[in-house]
Design a protein around this ligand. Sequence first.
Ligand SMILES: Nc1nc2c(c(=O)[nH]1)N=C([C@H](O)[C@H](O)COP(=O)(O)OP(=O)(O)OP(=O)(O)O)CN2
Ligand SMILES: [Zn+2]
Length: 125
Amino acid sequence: MTLEFEVYREFCFEAAHALCDPEHPTGGIYRNLHGHSFRVRVTLRGPRVEGEDWVMDLGKLGRRLALLRETLDHSFLNELDGLGKPTLENLCVFIWRDLEADLPAIFEVGVFRDTCNEGCVLRKR
Ligand SMILES: Nc1nc2c(c(=O)[nH]1)N=C([C@H](O)[C@H](O)COP(=O)(O)OP(=O)(O)OP(=O)(O)O)CN2
Ligand SMILES: [Zn+2]
């Protein structure tokens, strides 16, 4: 039997955004510039690598996530290339695309706004 594991690492960042609703006459209730604290969880899924006894070194994963955090932390999300409208859903896709080439075992990306009791999870099917 092959054992399959899920290992994850998290990081937090602060960022600003404005969400304009083109259907709304004044742009909607989220149109003004405002900020959130975000928590990101990246989960890898797979067996232990033979001889290493882990799916991936979480230290190595953390160093890769630190690179991504540099792009996100204290950013104005509306100006990030490739993100599009800065929703939680699009942030999940943006983060997935940034990481997938370096992390072939990526299984799940979650972006959470704990202070608002909300979040979004993108998962491989
Ligand atoms: N599915 C999504 N819905 C909403 C998103 C999103 O990314 N995905 N984002 C927002 C805005 O960013 C909004 O600023 C979120 O802040 P929040 O305080 O949760 O806004 P609410 O109007 O939902 O706040 P209440 O406290 O519940 O009134 C909105 N939606
Ligand atoms: Zn918001």
